[in-house]
Write a protein that binds this ligand. Sequence first.
Ligand code: COA
Length: 257
Amino acid sequence: METLLIEQDGSILIVTLNRPDKLNALNRKVFEELAKVLDEAERNSSLRGLIITGAGNKAFAAGADISEFAHYGPQEAAAMSRNGQRVMDRIEQYPLPIVAAVNGYALGGGCELAMACHLRIASDTARLGQPEINLGIIPGYGGTQRLPAFVGRAKAIELLLTADMLTAQEAYQLGLVNHVVASEELLAKSKAILQKIAEKPPLAVRRILACVHAATAGNRSGFELEIAEFAACMETEDFREGTQAFLEKRKPRFTGR
Ligand code: COA
């Protein structure tokens, strides 16, 4: 795999996003490879759970790859959002438990990926947030739909509109992450939870995941609206300005056009 490291440890598959020099930003290839790994893992009867984490000690994933979508128009943006949502939905509905081991920045698509997983264990250095607004866009992989379900509507609106990042401890207090541990204990804690679940009856595990998903699946029209609004952002001058400013490492000047 070009963008992922895959390692099986007993009944657990560890999937590591492996673009550390780009803070594990999610590009098209990452999604393609993630989808392939999920398909293969579902056929592997020796597995009882998956861990998704990021390479390096800085980031889980710092979002969608800005350099890849900076030149997109609305049609490409809609396809990007729909494809990303499809992979996030697949993770959320996966028949085996998936733990996000959040080892650093989980921003934008990185936070959306963590939220799609069944459990989130964060290192005490993790930072989580949805800073898309700083680029003149909105989340496109379900962030506007899943974040309120975790942290409540009021806090979600604040985070989405201010782009503020949460510390791991704040994310824990808001119920966004299940546990916060020291960096060096992150994988061990993630494995320990999955090992505990691995001793439970696999069919009951699968049925609980399906029922909890049914209870919290939410309104699909919200996800569709997110795709349309994400795509519409790509027609604006503020999107060009926001992404160019990021790539040129300067502050953006937004005009509302
Ligand atoms: N897409 C593409 N490249 C990204 C990226 C992203 N989402 N996030 C970081 N990178 C790249 C940077 O461009 C930089 O590449 P370079 O070394 O070739 O210049 C490298 O990763 C390191 O990032 P840098 O910004 O230099 O690290 P930092 O420690 O100064 O800042 C962050 C860390 C996470 C605060 C900052 O990278 C950031 O704000 N990233 C974007 C977050 C975001 O808006 N996500 C939503 C995207 S839709």
